[in-house]
Design a protein around this ligand. Structure first.
Ligand code: ITT
Length: 186
């Protein structure tokens, strides 16, 4: 069985990643560590820096960075999602969206490293921002995100329903397929 070390401060991410990788016979250990996140314009750059910082991990190291992107706000909060949520919660997003298009998407970039080898995997889910927060499942922006075709938020959905379609699950299924193959970095 292949094992990976997932480095993140976020327990919600870990639970989701572990469930997805299990489908591929991959075991996930959690290293709960904060990795440096430089000011950057893209998730890819942030993930590159996180991968630089996990050189101490033996075997496969996995990291990821995610964001909520709202096109009518120029992609905001995007790479600033964590900082924005810690500072402001949901209020200003509802305020800003009163007269703007509510379409939004989550994006995850996952990074895999072993020694000097690296690979990146991307996943997205599209939907819209709800009119008010709903639900206590999941974490972060889940209570305000309604996936396309759903009539409830990720926050109102059980973990397996979110994992069936989420940005993170899509990125990590690609990582799982790579890890289950003979050449994960090809
Ligand atoms: P790391 O230690 O892995 O960096 P983090 O929580 O700081 O954990 P990010 O910078 O990737 O992770 O998170 C960006 C923000 O987006 C943060 O506020 C998360 O709570 C939120 N977020 C990420 N994935 C989400 C998801 O699946 N559903 C809802 N919110 C999410």
């Amino acid at each position: 069985m292949t094992d990976v070390t997932f480095v993140s401060t976020n327990p919600g991410k870990y639970r989701e990643v572990r469930a997805v990788l299990r489908e591929y016979g991959v075991g996930t250990r959690w290293s709960r560590r904060e990795l440096p996140e430089p000011q950057a314009d893209t998730l890819e750059e942030v993930v590159g820096s996180k991968l630089d910082a996990v050189e101490h991990v033996r075997g496969f190291a996995l990291v990821e960075d995610s964001g909520l992107f709202i096109p009518s706000l120029g992609g905001f909060p995007g790479v600033y999602s964590a900082h924005f949520l810690r500072t402001w919660k949901f209020g200003p997003i509802f305020e800003l969206l009163r007269h703007r298009n509510r379409r939004a998407f989550f994006r995850t970039v996952a990074g895999l490293r072993r020694g000097r080898q690296r690979a990146y995997f991307v996943g997205e889910v599209h939907g819209s921002i709800s009119l008010r927060p709903a639900g206590r499942q999941g974490f972060g922006y889940d209570p305000i995100f309604v996936p396309q075709g759903w009539d409830r938020t990720f926050g109102q959905a059980p973990a397996d329903a979110k994992n069936a379609i989420s940005h993170r699950a899509r990125a990590f299924r690609k990582a799982g397929e790579a890890l289950a193959s003979r050449h994960p970095f090809d």
